[in-house]
Design a binder for this molecule. Structure first.
Ligand code: FEO
Length: 408
């Protein structure tokens, strides 16, 4: 292929693959939008998966896509099935990234029945124009026979909204999970184990599901009971190495941290940053892996993912107009919404003339029930004595973090 031909090739916007006899995944690749939910940066893009299950008697569609990808959605769907032939449209979760195309499907498939939980139908009527005269609520454990393909609905509220359910295809042992086990990444690789670096699994969990960790843990326990062979989410990679995946999710949903420390730096003129480096040395001497991020440039989903995995959090904060540096204020806002557990913290920071930044951060962390082992505040540049105290603070923080982690 010469360069002219290459330049004429449009980037792939969707692909389809049969994952079992009569079961097709379609993945729409979103490389157009820079952010997910118009907030979370997605440098590798993201994707929407939907599934067509064809039994000997009936055809079901599981989930849809964001309405901004309607053209790709219908082009792809029509390549798998004549839309008029669809008998059931299963909505597992009505957030518009999955429900945005379903009202249109229901119009074109004039004989189809829409299936979802009571909450899904209620939310979908308001948010996605679901036709309620052709909608039917499903019960937990209810089964739908498509003719040699049986769908069992497993209601799992609050993963991520109250409307959520999973769908288990019994004969093929495939579990459709919508947001649960989802990942970002507009990848053409089907399975996570084919190219883990092309998918953002932890960022997705941390930014989307972490506030619902208890309900996600319940859902994971149900998944263990069902024992599927393949997990098929509605974002990103499919999974077939399920022991690893479930163990990872069990760690995350129970807030079991790794031997890691997160240092979030909010520094204007490098004085606070230099003290943070000394604290990082102490943390490393204490046996922790250290991740240092600049609060002015780190992506918020990365910040949440590092928070999830770290046992120790050190906030290095300059005072700005009598308040914590702005990037740190944003981090504290994230912590207030996501309420991390099993952490221990320390605070350090420089001030020029008034101070107050470290004190305010300590107070906020304690209000979130995150114990703060100490606060180190200094005026201006960190001299040798301050750097030694910062190193010592890092060491003590590592000791406390190892206690939180417990025996391995
Ligand atoms: Fe992917 Fe909560 O929707």
């Amino acid at each position: 292929m010469n360069s002219l031909e290459r330049s004429c090739v449009r980037p792939m916007s969707w692909f389809k693959r049969e994952i079992a006899d009569g079961v097709t995944i379609v993945r729409i690749l979103n490389t157009k939008l820079p952010r997910f939910e118009n907030f979370w940066p997605i440098p590798r893009g993201t994707s929407y998966n939907f599934y067509v299950v064809r039994g000997s008697e009936k055809v079901a569609l599981i989930d849809g896509a964001d309405f901004r990808f309607s053209k790709e959605f219908f082009e792809a769907l029509e390549s798998v099935v004549d839309v008029k032939e669809i008998d059931y449209v299963v909505t597992q979760h009505t957030e518009p990234d999955h429900s945005g195309t379903l009202a249109d499907v229901m119009k074109r498939a004039s004989g189809a029945v829409l299936l979802g939980t009571r909450q899904a139908l209620s939310i979908g009527e308001a948010l996605a124009d679901f036709p309620m005269d052709r909608a039917r609520e499903v019960e937990d454990g209810e089964e739908l026979d498509l003719g040699g393909k049986t769908l069992r609905f497993v209601i799992s509220p609050m993963v991520h909204w109250p409307d959520t359910m999973l769908t288990y295809l019994r004969e093929d042992s495939i579990l459709f999970t919508c947001d649960l086990f989802g990942s970002h990444g507009a990848s053409e690789k089907l399975f996570y184990d084919e190219a883990p670096s092309e998918f953002e699994l932890v960022d997705y969990y941390a930014s989307i599901l972490m506030p619902y960790h208890a309900m996600a843990a319940r859902a994971v326990a149900k998944v263990r009971e069902l024992g599927p062979k393949i997990i098929a989410p509605s974002h990103g990679a499919l999974h077939r190495k399920l022991d690893e995946l479930l163990e990872m999710y069990e760690r995350w949903t129970s807030w079991k941290p790794d031997k890691k420390a997160l240092i979030v730096v909010g520094s204007q003129y490098e004085n606070t940053a230099r003290a943070a480096e000394a604290a990082a040395e102490g943390l490393r001497e204490g046996g922790l892996e250290v991740i240092t991020v600049d609060s002015a440039e780190v992506d918020p989903d990365d910040l949440l993912a590092h928070t999830l995995e770290s046992a120790a959090i050190l906030i290095a904060v300059a005072t700005h107009n009598g308040h914590p540096f702005l990037g740190i204020t944003f981090f504290l806002d994230l912590l207030k919404e996501y309420r991390p557990k099993n952490k221990v913290a320390a605070v350090l920071g420089s001030f020029g003339w008034g101070g107050g930044g470290t004190r305010a951060v300590k107070k906020e962390l304690e209000a979130l029930s995150i114990p703060v082992i100490d606060e180190l505040t200094f005026k201006g540049k960190p001299r040798e004595e301050v750097l030694a105290r910062a190193r010592e603070l890092g060491k003590r923080l590592a000791e406390e973090a190892l206690r939180v982690i417990g025996p391995s």
